[in-house]
Design a protein around this ligand. Structure first.
Ligand SMILES: [Fe+2]
Ligand SMILES: [Fe+2]
Length: 243
């Protein structure tokens, strides 16, 4: 693990071949306490950053990306859904990387990103794949899972890494960068305090579809990334949610 900013503790760690977690710990006084925001950088011919990070974290995330590759090389700035931590810094990234485009699902493109972003989005339809060079990503529409109509996730097919956004959100600073220990328990404990799940009745079906892709790494947006039998863990999540 490399610390890229001593003051904030922002750090980078390769969690799968060519895929780097960028982690910044934060602290919410009087609220949930220690928390973390992660972005994932896929370094390839056409590099992709999944989640922009909060607008106010942009200088830190930019510094972390620059530690790994020239920021101007970024080709896709991807987001799972429209919220500040997923895409608050989108226009800052578009300015920093002149050849980059927003990458999102068709609903986010239609409802928000075509208007919010300074350049038009590259919208992926459900099931569509996009080659980045050695890596390729497939988009899955997951409306309202875990929240927001425009939700979707990306699977990096070469490393079977599911960029799972807010699924399995854990509290704390997000260390270790990657773990094989239980993350469902800590994530459900946090959800007991802040229920970020929309309770869509279609969640079970969508989790089963994600499980069928058999991911081996789950790249969580908040907390540690996870390595193991992703299908079993996704099905355990569906069970925990009594779907
Ligand atoms: Fe979210
Ligand atoms: Fe989030």
């Amino acid at each position: 693990m490399t610390i890229t900013n001593k003051q904030s503790g922002t750090n980078v760690h390769e969690i799968a071949e060519g895929i780097y977690r960028i982690n910044t710990p934060v602290f919410y006084e009087g609220g949930i306490g220690a928390f973390s925001f992660n972005q994932y950088l896929i370094v390839d011919d056409e590099p992709l950053l999944f989640h922009t990070g909060l607008r106010k974290l942009f200088p830190l995330v930019r510094e972390a990306v620059a530690n790994l590759m020239p920021v101007e090389r970024l080709r896709y700035i991807a987001l799972a859904h429209v919220e500040a931590d997923e895409c608050g810094a989108l226009n800052d990234w578009l300015a920093a990387a002149p050849h980059s485009s927003p990458l999102c699902g068709t609903v986010a493109a239609m409802v928000s990103i075509t208007d919010l972003a300074d350049r038009p989005p590259h919208a992926l339809a459900d099931g569509e794949t996009l080659s980045l060079g050695q890596h390729s990503v497939r988009w899955f529409d997951t409306p309202h899972l875990p929240h927001a109509w425009d939700c979707g996730l990306l699977l990096e097919e070469r490393t079977r890494t599911l960029l799972c956004s807010d699924l399995f959100t854990q509290g704390g600073e997000g260390q270790p960068a990657i773990t094989a220990s239980d993350i469902l328990g800590p994530s459900e404990a946090l959800r007991g305090k802040i229920d970020y799940f929309s309770h869509t009745r279609n969640a079970g079906m969508m989790l089963e579809r994600l499980a069928s892709t058999q991911p081996t790494t789950l790249a969580c947006m908040h907390g540690s990334a996870w390595q193991g039998d992703g299908a079993t863990l996704l099905r355990a999540l569906a069970e925990a949610w009594q779907l």
